[in-house]
Design a protein around this ligand. Structure first.
Ligand code: MTE
Ligand code: MO
Length: 326
């Protein structure tokens, strides 16, 4: 059983980039020329977004609110191209083959959509996609560090999860937040195969969920989220390994006990609840000391504690034993 095999270490980046980026790159150039616009000028763009089959034609749109998109994150690291962000994916509900998620997810219907928020809250509520889209959106450029040892820099569109939680009013004894991905085996071939206890489940402690860095993302590169990236709404928790950033969320519950995530359930010796990025605590089967930045060349770079967000989040874990990454 392939349990989060670091296939980035098996499939050389050059192999997928040469094939995939050629295709995506052609679509991008052609689309921009057809629409008569440069990326970022706010003009018409090729059709895309949730449910679109034209994944090859994805082109960046301006950030919400307009203006220019920085070329780097706050550390000076270049953004990963949209072509790579949208064609190198972990989404096991479709397939464990990162290069095939986009094509298998292309017809996924992400609209209409509903996210039910309940559990230990004063005002349980089901949010339609339109309701979520009414939150003030911002663009956040975050590093995404997969537990497998690769990373990207992605401009997300979204809003802090805390804004949604404030509306439903968590009760005082709610200590954790539990998230669930849609269960749709008809549309998700990976859910038709055995091996994982679907649906995908993740969780955060409530102070982690309330932290301003924690986003509910509805887009990337100024566009609706592509299906392969978790359309129409996914969590983004940038200081934790990527598997915490659960895709295509349909259920959010405030709970008293620490939720058991899909990864804790299927491989408890390898994946824990907190999963904060930590270069000093190796995965049982590989080192976490360094990582490979997608499109960053062959040289590995040192992994940063909390993925470089330690100034913002380290205090959440004061007094906790961080020598175990669980
Ligand atoms: N529902 C669901 N969410 C998921 C996953 C998944 O397989 N299913 N994979 C996770 C992993 S391991 C990573 S690294 C990120 C990848 O997000 P991306 O494809 O948008 O880069 O999504 C996370 N969220
Ligand atoms: Mo991951």
């Amino acid at each position: 059983m392939s349990r989060h095999v670091p296939s980035s270490e098996i499939t050389p980046e050059s192999a997928y980039l040469s094939r995939r980026q050629l295709i995506a790159g052609l679509g991008l150039a052609g689309g921009a020329a057809l629409a008569g616009c440069r990326p970022g000028d706010g003009g018409a763009l090729p059709a895309g977004g949730p449910g679109s089959a034209s994944e090859g034609a994805l082109a960046p749109s301006p950030p919400p609110g307009g203006g220019d998109r920085p070329a780097t994150d706050e550390l000076g690291d270049a953004l990963t191209s949209l072509a790579a962000v949208a064609n190198y994916n972990n989404y096991y509900e479709f397939t464990t083959d990162k290069e095939r998620v986009a094509e298998l997810a292309a017809g996924f219907v992400a609209d209409p959509w509903a996210v039910t928020v309940g559990g230990m809250v004063e005002k349980p509520r089901t949010y339609a996609l339109e309701d979520l889209m009414r939150f003030p959106m911002e663009e956040r450029i975050y590093r995404l560090r997969c537990v497998e040892g690769w990373s990207m820099v992605i401009p997300w569109t979204g809003f802090p999860l805390s804004a949604l939680l404030a509306e439903v009013e968590p009760k005082a004894d709610a200590k954790f937040v539990r998230f669930e991905t849609v269960l749709r085996p008809d549309a998700m071939p990976g859910q038709r195969r055995g091996g994982f206890p679907w649906p995908y489940v993740e969780g955060l402690r409530i102070d982690e969920a309330m932290h301003d860095l924690t986003l509910l993302a509805t887009g990337l590169y100024g566009r609706d989220l592509p299906p392969q990236n978790g359309a129409p709404v996914r969590l983004v928790v940038p200081w934790k390994y990527g598997f915490k950033s659960i895709k295509s969320v349909v259920k959010i519950d405030l709970v008293a006990e620490m939720p058991t995530s899909l990864w804790m359930d299927s491989a408890p010796d390898e994946y824990g609840f907190f999963a904060n990025v930590n270069p000093e605590v190796d995965h049982p089967r590989w080192s976490q000391a360094s990582e490979r930045r997608i499109e960053g060349g062959l040289k590995r770079r040192p992994t940063l504690p909390f993925n470089g967000y330690g100034d913002e989040v380290a205090q959440l874990y004061a007094g906790m034993d961080l020598t175990t990454w669980f």
